[in-house]
Structure formats: C-alpha cells, structure tokens
Design a binder for this molecule. Structure first.
Ligand SMILES: *Cc1c(COP(=O)(O)O)cnc(C)c1O
Length: 398
C-alpha cells in the first residue's frame, strides 16, 4: 500500500512517471527495479518487530500486506492515475471483488450498468444477493434509469465504460453526480479505456479498478489487478479487507507489470493508431453489418467520448452479417489475428462473445445490450496495421 504525500514525481510528465515513478533502489544501485521475491521480513530487534506491528515504524511485515517490488508497482500506478492511494491484487477480479466487498454489508443496494465483463456480472447478480445485497441493473447510457434506480439510495455504483463488448460509453460525471446525491460511492472498471486514455477520478469517480493483466502487462504473461482511491478509503476500508482475505499480487508479477508500465503509453498510443486504421478498413467491407469504435467520426456518443477519453481505445466491436456460422467461418480463416478471450495484448486477439465471454448471460440479457450472434470483439495489437487489414480482408472475402 502506498499513499505518500505529493513528491516531485507527481509533477513529471506521464511518460517520465511510467519509466521512473515509484523506484526504490535497494542500495546496490541496480538500474532496473529489484525483484524482492520474498514472503517474510526480519527485524533487528524484538522492539523493532513490536514497533512495526504497531505501525509506529515504517517497513514491511509480510508480503500479503506489502512487498518492496509490489510497492513500486503500486506507486507507479498511483502516479499514473493521479490517485491518493493504490493497492495491488493477484488478478483484476480480486480487485473488483475487494472494491465491492470491502465496503458492502447485508441490506445494502448496488446500482450497476448492465453491460459488464462476465465475471463482474456474476459477482453482482449471483454472489452479492447471497449476502442480502441487492443489485439493480440499468442501461448505463440512460441517465433517467440511473436516477430512478438511485432514488431509494444506494451504497455503491459500479460501471464499466466503454462497456464490454458493445463499447457504449457511460457519462462518468453525470452518473457520479447522481450517485453522490444518493449517498453512493462510484467504482469504475477502467480496463477497456486504459489508464492512458481515461482518468475516471477527474470526472468525479471515487474508486478505479483495473485488470492489470490487460494493457498494463499487455504481453500475455501475468495476472494482476489494482484498486485506486482516496487514502482514507484504501487505508481504512480496502486494506483491512485485503490484508485478511489475502488476494495479494505476487512480487514477480508486480515486477513484470513494472516493466509493462515503462512502455504502456507507447504501446497504447500505437495500438490506438492501429485500431483507427483497422476500424476504417472494416467499415468499408461487404459482409460487415456494423462497426463500433468509439474513436470513429460517426460514433453516436462522439461528444461524450471527447469529454472523457483522450482516444478511441484499442477495441473494436463489429458484426459479421448472417450470424454465428459466417462469424465462425471468418474467425477460422484468420491467419495472424488469434482467437482468444484476452484483450489489450501486443498480439491482436478476437473473440465471439456470445459463445465465450458472454455465454453465461441469458439470450434476453444479451439482446438487451446489443450482443447478437454475429458480433465479434477485436483487440488490436502492435503488428503492422497493413498486415492486420490484409488478414481481415482475406478472411472476410473467403
Ligand atoms: C479481464 C477483465 C477483468 C478481470 O481481470 P482478470 O485479471 O482476468 O481477473 C475485469 N474487468 C474487465 C473489463 C476485464 O477486461
């Protein structure tokens, strides 16, 4: 856990923060961040151990609570997001679950947008009700539905924007204002936007969660997650929950993520450029019924996109005309782009949500958020965009 007062790194430009933020050299003068692959820590004296446990002496106690390599990653993430504090977890879902469970209790209400990552949907609709926590799902783009659902009051608002997989945007400022008036804290799963393109806290959001598995590692290697919020929330609500339930990030994974952050801005910027080119190619193709990319000029929520995101993102949703069979034939003909449910990777990856990530959702729920049998979600990577365009065109023509 980190929650340091403002330091010079806060003044650095984003790229500098991502390369140098949070570094704590061990004393050996290593250039790269050191990997502290240890679970426990020792103390000079019994009195030191006592002071450490009382919180009267700085230092690490146990890697479930904190570890020097994990702390460097948390500090770099904190600087990226411009948050007061950060805690890293073993996966994105551990971050989502902790952000919710650390503050909810029986009798509370959660209001959430309907278009969500499958496991987030499962927590909200299957797990929370078992603890007498009510979840109300709304169409995230409809502010009247948010207002209506928040009328009786709520403890937490949970949402994702752009939404998975239909890439609709939710107005962070408007929903945060409604939520705060109802007494709710707002949690945003910011994976699809990436921390480079969208900073939800600047729009009134209280808590931001990431699957660091996605763009932050971005090279398909390790799982990880982070929760970012105020120092008060992290120290007094989140930390006690995470310390005692134990979904700690491995120091090794934190070290991999630190190296990922060094190139995050470069990678995301290039991936957005590539995505624009691929989206333009897809829009002109016969056999493609619709193309959704938030960065496109004809994107229906363009004004909102420009208000809260600094780029269109690295994901495209598009519909192959004719439904599942033509979509499957198209997928099987791809030679470069891999079929995978992952995203945010340097390798371009494509998924058929109906039969994979959103399989557990009822057909009715899928229809409500615009997922049909021909819909595909493409995560554009770092390959040369001309190769990607050629691959998509040959697979569509085949
Ligand atoms: C992948 C993902 C998660 C879950 O993250 P894991 O690291 O796989 O646990 C949560 N939300 C969104 C939007 C994701 O894409």
């Amino acid at each position: 856990m980190t929650g340091k007062p403002a330091d010079p790194a806060s003044e650095w430009a984003l790229e500098t923060r991502m390369v140098r933020g949070g570094i704590e050299r061990s004393g050996h003068g290593e250039t790269s961040e050191a990997l502290f692959l240890n679970s426990g820590f020792v103390y000079e004296t019994a009195a030191d151990a006592e002071a450490r446990f009382k919180g009267e002496q700085d230092g690490f106690v146990y890697s479930r609570y904190g570890n020097p390599t994990v702390a460097m990653f948390e500090e770099r993430m904190r600087l990226l997001e411009g948050a007061e504090a950060c805690f890293a977890t073993g996966s994105g879902m551990a971050a989502v679950f902790a952000a919710l469970m650390s503050q909810l209790k029986a009798g509370d209400r959660v209001v959430a947008s309907r278009a969500l990552f499958g496991s987030c949907h499962h927590i909200l609709t299957q797990i929370l009700p078992r603890y007498a926590i009510e979840t109300v799902l709304v169409d995230g783009t409809d502010l009247d539905q948010w207002a209506e659902a928040l009328k009786p009051g709520a403890a937490v608002v949970f949402l994702e924007t752009p939404a998975n997989p239909t890439l609709e945007l939710i107005d962070l400022r408007a929903v945060s204002d409604l939520a705060h008036a109802a007494g709710a804290k707002v949690i945003v799963d910011n994976v699809f936007a990436t921390p480079v393109l969208q900073r939800p806290m600047e729009h009134g959001v209280d808590i931001v969660v990431y699957s660091a598995t996605k763009h932050i590692d971005g090279q398909g290697r390790v799982l990880g997650g982070v929760v970012l919020s105020s120092k008060d929330f992290v120290d007094n609500t989140l930390m006690p929950f995470l310390r005692h339930t134990g979904p700690a990030l491995s120091p090794f994974n934190a070290w991999v993520m630190l190296k990922g952050l060094e190139t995050l801005t470069l990678r995301v910027e290039r991936m957005v450029e590539n995505t624009a080119k691929v989206a333009a190619l897809l829009s002109g193709q016969p056999g493609v019924a619709r193309v959704i990319w938030p960065g496109a000029d004809d994107f229906p929520q363009k004004a909102l996109r420009e208000r809260q995101m600094s780029g269109g993102g690295t994901l495209i949703a598009f519909e192959v005309a004719g439904g599942k069979a033509p979509a499957f034939r198209f997928l099987d003909r791809l030679r470069i782009i891999d079929i995978s449910n992952n995203l945010g990777d340097s390798k371009s990856l494509i998924t058929h949500p109906t039969t994979t990530t959103h399989r557990a959702m009822s057909a009715e729920d899928r229809a409500r958020i615009g997922i049909d049998e021909g819909l595909l979600r493409l995560s554009v990577g770092l390959e040369n965009p001309e190769d990607l365009k050629a691959d998509l065109a040959q697979a569509l023509a085949g």
